[in-house]
Design a protein around this ligand. Structure first.
Ligand code: TXA
Ligand code: MG
Length: 313
């Protein structure tokens, strides 16, 4: 059985590499969320991603590479960018740095910017496919624009599978929220999107983050995002008729609908998008989500919840 599974996986991975080479789209598992991937150097393939997601073209994509050597071919890394790459790659950190090679990651993929977002994913099969393909692969989350990111194979296929020529089932995403996006530009290090690597983990490597208000410079930070169809609000109880409560911690609602019954932020992150989707299907009247502490991974969880609820300053 194991041998047959391995054979099936190898066949799927080969099909994915061939599809990327042919300028087609691929459902690619990563440790954070599922991505919809394409050859970063091919503007026609990249245009198909924007089309499939209904994504505004001013919102640039992340180039995924197999290792730091490949990353330095497409972007310019100073000492602090290198320190962050060394500490967190492969893993859920995206670095925005000045672009070095404008062809390997085409203009459309960068939304015309002079910077490029790069990450080395922690998922072994994603890295193997990218290495076999032999160049950077852009991969936004595989949801249609504005919807919750898919963290299971089934959710990814439901969202954008129709646009993909190949799909890899890499299991459920272990992390469950997207990568942390950090820019290292003009000697300043700024947090553009809170994510799986925490603010404290970044600051432990490069010192205090710049607070010059760079956050708005990530063009993808739209107010309403990650949103299911059902209205979402942050509240300790499900007061309204038909609403479901997604709890957090002991004594918070029905354990079947708890992000983490023990109050564990990692578990809550891993469950977040899958549960929002399940709640959306089963409780269209509304979703209340119990408050989650704002430290560590909680910063990313609360960021996604505020956007799912549609209130963000
Ligand atoms: O975990 C992840 O990062 C997932 C998996 C699939 O790798 N990908 C992901 O991609 O979340 P996406 O496209 O949904 O989010 C990319 C974010 C957006 O907020 C975008 O605006 C920002 O990165 N971004 C990309 N390039 C940028 C740049 N040059 N400057 C500033 N922000 C950039
Ligand atoms: Mg996304």
């Amino acid at each position: 059985m194991r041998a047959r599974d391995d054979l099936g996986a190898a066949t799927a991975d080969r099909a994915a590499v061939a599809a990327l080479g042919a300028g087609r789209l691929v459902i690619l598992p990563t440790e954070t969320v599922y991505g919809l991937a394409a050859d970063a150097s091919n503007p026609v393939a990249v245009a198909a991603i924007f089309e499939a997601k209904g994504r505004p073209r001013f919102n640039p994509l992340i180039a995924h590479v197999a290792d730091a050597v490949e990353a330095e071919r497409i972007g310019v890394f100073d000492d602090r960018a290198r320190a962050l790459a060394a500490a967190f790659w492969p893993g859920p950190l995206t670095l925005v740095v000045p672009v070095r090679d404008r062809d390997r990651v085409c203009d459309l993929a960068r939304a015309g910017l002079d910077s490029v977002a790069i990450r080395v994913p922690g998922h072994r099969r994603a890295r193997a496919v990218i290495a076999a393909f032999g160049g950077p692969v852009v991969a936004p989350s595989a949801n249609r624009s504005g919807r919750p990111s898919p963290t299971t194979y089934a959710d990814a296929v439901e969202e954008t599978g129709g646009a993909a020529a190949a799909a890899i089932d890499g299991g459920d995403c272990a992390v469950g929220v997207e990568s942390t996006v950090v820019s290292v530009l003009n000697g300043r290090v700024s947090l553009l999107r809170p994510g799986a690597v925490t603010r404290a983990e970044i600051e432990a490597r490069v010192g205090a983050l710049d607070t010059g208000g760079e956050g708005h410079r990530s063009p993808g930070r739209l107010a309403l995002h990650y949103a299911p169809d059902a209205p979402v609000r942050i509240a300790a109880t499900a007061a309204r008729g038909g609403e479901i409560l997604l709890g957090f911690g002991p004594g918070s609602g029905d354990p079947r609908w708890s992000l983490s019954p023990t109050g564990d932020l990692r578990e809550a992150a891993a469950n977040l998008f899958r549960m929002l989707r399940e709640a959306d299907r089963e409780h269209p009247a509304g979703i209340a989500v119990a408050p989650v502490p704002d430290h560590g991974l909680g910063e990313a969880i609360n960021d996604r919840l505020r956007r799912a609820a549609g209130f963000v300053g």
